[in-house]
Ligand binder design. Sequence first.
Ligand code: PMP
Length: 360
Amino acid sequence: MTTIYNFSAGPAMLPHEVLLTAQNELLNYQNSGMSVMELSHRSSLFDDIITDAEKLLRELMAIPDNYRVLFLQGGASLQFTMVPLNLAAGRTAYYINSGSWAKKAIAEAHKISSVTPVVAASSEEQRFTTIPSCPADTLAQDAAYLHITTNNTIEGTAFQTLPETGGIPLVADMSSNILSNDYDVRDFGLIYAGAQKNIGPAGLTVVIVREDLLQKNDTLPAMLNYTVQAENRSLYNTPPTYSIYIAKLVFEWLKEKGGVQAITEANRRKAGLLYDYIDQSDFFTSPVNKADRSLTNIPFIAPTAELDQLFVKEAAQHGLVNLKGHRSVGGMRASLYNAMPLAGVEALVAFMTDFEHTHG
Ligand code: PMP
């Protein structure tokens, strides 16, 4: 059978080794005679899983003690609501409008009547092909936070440096480059990410929040309240137990690979290989401002929409699947998360070279 390389933006590839471990442990987890899916979330076996998952994530990201790690549900999309609800009641909150997901975050913040979202900078007029700059002196220092999307999954751009905020906490939607870019957690007040790209299966959302931003507010619905979730160690209700288990395996895998710094280097090599090919090609082009390119989501286009379509179809026949660009931007997009091996990118570049020779 042809090797399948899955370039999906998410849910995305998981490390093969992780899937093998999950397979081995599926029917009988640690001699319990049960699968992880069947364990009570109050059992000591599951307690070990969630404790280890948090410990490993703390180690991988060097998360300081004054930050809480939460394992929640509702996807990154629910964080578009939870962040302003918990952090910005009665206040202004700044947003950088750098892509379709940022725009959705802003739209959701507008639905919370006690919050005043303000767009501090936007690249929407450039169709999100760049990262807008946001000088600190344009920001009122009493704002609750400045929200950014570190990596714009759909458009394929990423912040190369974080904006200066003065003293305003930086809140980051890191869904598409958490653990694949070496960030310093201390630069952020809050980080959130849906799991289904670099962490594990869908259904789990990771939130990392500085303790001083957590406030007691009993008027918030319990499930939407960070403080309630933190006080209950993410076990206020039944958490997504199996997703947390797979996340733990992914964290172990990443640690074995040398951690975030090592994988960031590997990701640079993978992205470099693809961008180098695109840059010298007379056929494929990158629609994104060069200085703002993402390492994880790489869009590219052929000379016509018909050729784009043909490319996606023929690539799939060669085992290179899910290369269709997001419906809002068209073309192609290769998502190169941590689990994508260099061999997958080499196979993609080899196929692109052949396609260019045939159709160029
Ligand atoms: N933000 C970003 C940057 C994303 O890439 C995505 C999903 N692709 C989301 C938010 C939404 O995530 P979810 O589907 O987990 O709600």
